[in-house]
Design a protein around this ligand. Structure first.
Ligand code: FAD
Length: 403
C-alpha cells in the first residue's frame, strides 16, 4: 500500500511544531512528510518587536529548519506557496505542485489594516524577520539623516505606533530602551524625539488585568512614550497619520516613521483555498480540521477557535499554535491508523507582555507579576518554546539568559 503523504505548509510555531511532533510518532515507512516554507529558516515571531526596535539582531531571532528536523523522515522544501486548492487536493509552490493525503496549513498571520486608506502603503508592519529589519533600519536612517541634514526636520524623529495591543506595547517597550542608545549614537538630543502610541479602542492591552495595564502605561510614559487612546487612525500619508479625536475633530501627526501593529488576520492564501473563512481565518472543528475537508488541518494564526467560556475567539498566540500542533500530529496518526481523532483543548498558562529587556507584566497561573520577576518569566517562556522544538541544543544556541 502506498504510504500517505502529509504536507505541512509553513515552518512557524504551528507548522514546525507539527512536523517535530510528527517525526517523533510517525515511523519512517508509515508516511512521507513534506514541509514547505518560504525560507530555509524559522523565525521567532514572538521576538520580532525586539528585532524591529534594534534591541536584538535579526539573526538571533531565526534558526535553520534543518537543525530541528530529522531529514530521514521529513523532506524539507524551501519554496513559496502560491496557491492552495483543497477541492483538487493541490498546492502550488515556486518549487512545483504538490498533492497530499493530509494537509496542514500553518502559513501564519498578516497585518490587518481594516481598509484604512494609506496604511498598506505608508506604514511599516512587524510581519516577519525581514520586515522587522526594515523597521529597525528605517528608524536608524531617520536618526542618521537628521544628524547630517543642513536644515533639520524634527518630525523625522517622530515615531507613531498604531495599536496598544500586545505587539504594539511590546514594541514600545523595546523602543523605550533603544531610543536613548540611538540618541547617543547619532548625537540627537532626547527632547527632539516623540513616540506616540495611537489606539482606536478606549483602553490599552484589552483583556489584561487593569492594575497591570496601569503599571505598563506608567513605565512606558516614564520613558517618554505618549498615548493617544480612543483615537482611531483614519488615514496614513507619506507625511504621517490623521487621527480622529472627536465627532468632527481630527489631528494630523507628522511622523518620519509609522509602524502599524493594530491587528492581524490569517494568511490571504486561505481566502482562495476553497475553505470557508473569516478574514483568512478558518473556524476549525474541535479536532482542528477544516469544516468540510476531513483531510485538512489548520494550525496557528490561520485557525479560529471560540473560547466557550467567553464566547470570543482565542487570541492568536504562539502558545496556542504549539499546543494545537501536538493534537494535529496525534490526529493525523490516528487517521492513518483508522482511529478516532481527539478534541483540541487549550491549556492556557497565562500571558506575559514584555516592556523592554528587564521589565514586563504578566498574569501567570493566576499570579500577577511585574518588573524583573515578570521579565524573567518571559525569558523562561521564550526558552521553553525553543526547547519544545529543538531541545537543549537549540536553547543553548538561541536562548535568552541575561537577567
Ligand atoms: P508564524 O509563526 O508566523 O509562521 C508562519 C510561517 O509560514 C513562517 O515561517 C512564514 O515564513 C511561512 N509562510 C508564510 N507565507 C508563506 C508562503 N506563501 N509560502 C511559504 N511559507 C510561508 N504569541 C505568544 O504566544 N506570546 C507572545 O509573547 C507573543 N508575542 C508576539 C509579539 C509580536 C511582535 C508578534 C508579531 C506576535 C506575537 N505573538 C505572541 C503571536 C505569535 O507570534 C503568533 O501567534 C504565532 O507566530 C503564530 O504561529 P503560526 O505558526 O501560525 O505563524
Amino acid at each position: 500500500m502506498k504510504r500517505p503523504t502529509i504536507l505541512v505548509l509553513g515552518a512557524g510555531y504551528g507548522g514546525l511544531s507539527t512536523v517535530v511532533n510528527l517525526q517523533k510518532i510517525v515511523g519512517t515507512d508509515e508516511a512521507d512528510i513534506i514541509l514547505v516554507n518560504k525560507n530555509d529558516y524559522h523565525y521567532e515571531s514572538t521576538w520580532l518587536h525586539e528585532a524591529s526596535a534594534g534591541t536584538l539582531r535579526p539573526d538571533q531571532v531565526r534558526y535553520d529548519v534543518k537543525d530541528v528536523i530529522n531529514s530521514s523522515k521529513v523532506n524539507f522544501v524551501k519554496a513559496t506557496v502560491d496557491g492552495i486548492d483543497v477541492n483538487a487536493k493541490k498546492v502550488t509552490t515556486s518549487a512545483g505542485e504538490y498533492t497530499y493525503d493530509y494537509l496542514v496549513i500553518g502559513l501564519g498571520f498578516e497585518g490587518e489594516t481594516f481598509g484604512i486608506p494609506g496604511l498598506d502603503k505608508y506604514a511599516l508592519s512587524i510581519a516577519n524577520v525581514n520586515a522587522a529589519r526594515q523597521i529597525r533600519d528605517h528608524i536608524e536612517y531617520q536618526f542618521a539623516t537628521w544628524s547630517t541634514e543642513e536644515v533639520q526636520d524634527d518630525t523625522r524623529l517622530t515615531i507613531v505606533v498604531g495599536g496598544a495591543g500586545f505587539s504594539g506595547i511590546e514594541f514600545l517597550g523595546e523602543l523605550g530602551n533603544r531610543i536613548p542608545e540611538l540618541c547617543k549614537e547619532y548625537d540627537v538630543p532626547k527632547e527632539k524625539i516623540r513616540v506616540v502610541c495611537v489606539e482606536a479602542a478606549p483602553m490599552v492591552l484589552p483583556g489584561f488585568d487593569p492594575e497591570l495595564v496601569e503599571y505598563a502605561v506608567r513605565q512606558l510614559e516614564a520613558k517618554g512614550i505618549e498615548f493617544s487612546i480612543g483615537t482611531p487612525v483614519v488615514e496614513a500619508t507619506p507625511e504621517g497619520v490623521k487621527i480622529k479625536k472627536g465627532e468632527e475633530e481630527f489631528e494630523f501627526i507628522t511622523a518620519g516613521t509609522v509602524v502599524w501593529a493594530a491587528g492581524v488576520r490569517g494568511n490571504r492564501l486561505i481566502e482562495s483555498s476553497g475553505i470557508e473563512n473569516m478574514r483568512a481565518r478558518v473556524k476549525v472543528e474541535k479536532d482542528m480540521r477544516a469544516p468540510g475537508f476531513p483531510d485538512v488541518f489548520i494550525v496557528g494564526d490561520c485557525a479560529l477557535m471560540i473560547n466557550e467560556e467567553t464566547n470570543r475567539p482565542y487570541p492568536p498566540t504562539a502558545q496556542i499554535a504549539m499546543q494545537q500542533a501536538v493534537t494535529i500530529a496525534k490526529n493525523i496518526v490516528a487517521l492513518i491508523k483508522g482511529n478516532d481523532t481527539e478534541e483540541f483543548v487549550p491549556s492556557l498558562k497565562g500571558t506575559v507582555c514584555s516592556l523592554g529587556e528587564h521589565d514586563a507584566i504578566g498574569d501567570v497561573m493566576g499570579r500577577k507579576l511585574t518588573g524583573t520577576k515578570a521579565s524573567i518569566m518571559k525569558k523562561v517562556i521564550d526558552n521553553r518554546a525553543l526547547f519544545m522544538i529543538g531541545g537543549i541544543p537549540l536553547v543553548l544556541k538561541k536562548g535568552k539568559f541575561t537577567l
